[in-house]
Design a protein around this ligand. Structure first.
Ligand code: AMP
Ligand code: FE
Ligand code: FE
Ligand code: ZN
Length: 296
C-alpha cells in the first residue's frame, strides 16, 4: 500500500509574523497573502503571543490552506537575544501563558525606556509609538521604527534599525526573557516542538557552542531553522554539521513581517517530511486543515 499523502499542503513556510506582534498585516491577511503566494501550509509565529491563532484558523478555512499554530518565544543569554520557534504548543498551558505575559510586559516597559532615551534627542513620544501598535500586540522595536518613519525620522523600518534603533546609537535597552534552556523546557512542557530560530546570523564563530546545544537537545530541542535569509553561508555550514551530529530536523522559512521587512513569503521552505515529524512530535495542539488541503 502506498504511503498516505500528507494531510497538509505544500509549499510550507513555518515562520511569519502578524499585527499580533510586529508584522504589518493582520493574521487573516497573512494567511491570505500566503494563499496568493501559492503556499499550501503556513505557520504563524508571532513574538511571545498566540493571539493571532483564531483569526488565522478562520482564514485557513477561507483560503484552503493548512495553518500550523506557532509562536516565536523570546529568550536571552547574557547580551544575546535568542529566539525559539514553538510549534503546536497548548495555548492554555499556564506556565507558558504566565511567562509570555511577563515577557510582553517587560517588552512594553523596555520600549518605553528606549523611547524615553530617543525622546531626549529627537521629537518622539510614547504616544507616537502607541499609535503604531494594535491593542494587545507584543510591542517591539519595529513599532518604534514605525513611529520614527511616521515622524519623518527614518525612511523605513530597515533604515531605522540601521540608525537610531541600532545598539551602537546608544538608545538600545534589553528586556527580560528566560534563558534558552528555560524556554525550550517551557515549550516542551506545553506539548510544543521547539526549533531554534535563525541561529546563524552572526556567522560560524557565533553559532551556539556544541556543549550548550547538547543541553538544549537533551531538554527537547527538535530542530534548527537553517534556511533563513539572515543566517550567513558559513553559519549555515556549521549548523548543518550540528544538525547532523545531534539528529535535529532542519527547517527553512521566510520570517515574513508583511511590509516591515524585505522577507517574502515562501522564500525559504520546509520539507513535508520535516513538518510530518514536527506534527507527530507535538501534543499541545494540531494544525488546522483548510478544506482543500484536507482532501488531498
Ligand atoms: P525587538 O524584539 O524589539 O528587539 O526587535 C527585534 C525585531 O525587529 C525582530 O523580530 C525583527 O523581526 C525586527 N527587525 C530586526 N531588524 C530589522 C530590520 N532591519 N528591518 C525590519 N525589522 C527588523
Ligand atoms: Fe519580528
Ligand atoms: Fe526572530
Ligand atoms: Zn521572527
Amino acid at each position: 500500500m502506498p504511503d498516505a499523502a500528507p494531510a497538509f499542503g505544500a509549499p510550507i513556510d513555518l515562520h511569519t509574523h502578524s499585527s499580533a506582534s510586529d508584522g504589518t498585516e493582520t493574521p487573516y491577511e497573512v494567511i491570505r497573502s500566503a494563499s496568493e503566494a501559492g503556499l499550501g501550509t503556513i505557520a504563524l509565529t508571532d513574538h511571545d503571543t498566540t493571539a493571532g491563532w483564531a483569526s488565522a484558523a478562520l482564514a485557513a478555512h477561507d483560503f484552503d490552506l493548512t495553518f500550523v499554530p506557532g509562536m516565536e518565544l523570546s529568550t536571552r543569554l547574557e547580551h544575546a537575544s535568542i529566539h525559539v520557534l514553538a510549534y503546536l504548543i497548548d495555548p492554555a498551558n499556564p506556565a507558558l501563558l504566565a511567562e509570555t505575559e511577563t515577557i510582553r510586559d517587560a517588552r512594553l516597559a523596555r520600549a518605553e525606556r528606549i523611547v524615553d532615551r530617543i525622546g531626549r534627542d529627537y521629537d518622539l513620544t510614547w504616544q507616537d509609538v502607541l499609535a503604531q501598535t494594535t491593542e494587545g500586540a507584543t510591542v517591539g522595536r519595529p513599532h518604534i521604527a514605525d513611529a520614527l518613519v511616521a515622524k519623518g525620522l527614518a525612511e523605513n523600518r530597515s533604515q531605522a534599525f540601521q540608525g537610531i534603533l541600532h545598539w551602537r546609537a546608544g538608545y538600545f535597552q534589553p528586556h527580560y526573557a528566560p534563558t534558552p534552556l528555560a524556554g525550550v523546557e517551557l515549550v516542551v512542557a506545553a506539548g510544543g516542538v521547539p526549533v531554534l530560530a535563525h541561529p546563524g546570523t552572526g556567522g560560524r564563530e557565533r553559532v551556539v557552542p556544541e556543549a550548550r546545544l547538547r543541553k538544549l537537545v537533551d531538554a527537547g530541542l527538535f530542530g534548527l531553522e537553517i534556511e533563513h535569509r539572515q543566517n550567513t553561508p558559513d553559519g549555515k555550514e556549521r549548523l548543518y554539521e550540528l544538525a547532523a551530529k545531534f539528529g535535529l530536523v532542519v527547517t527553512g522559512s521566510s520570517d515574513y513581517h508583511g511590509e516591515g521587512k524585505p522577507n517574502r513569503l515562501g522564500e525559504n521552505r520546509t520539507s513535508p517530511e520535516v513538518l510530518e515529524r514536527i506534527i507527530a512530535r507535538a501534543t499541545g495542539t494540531a494544525p488546522v486543515y483548510g478544506a482543500v488541503a484536507r482532501t488531498n
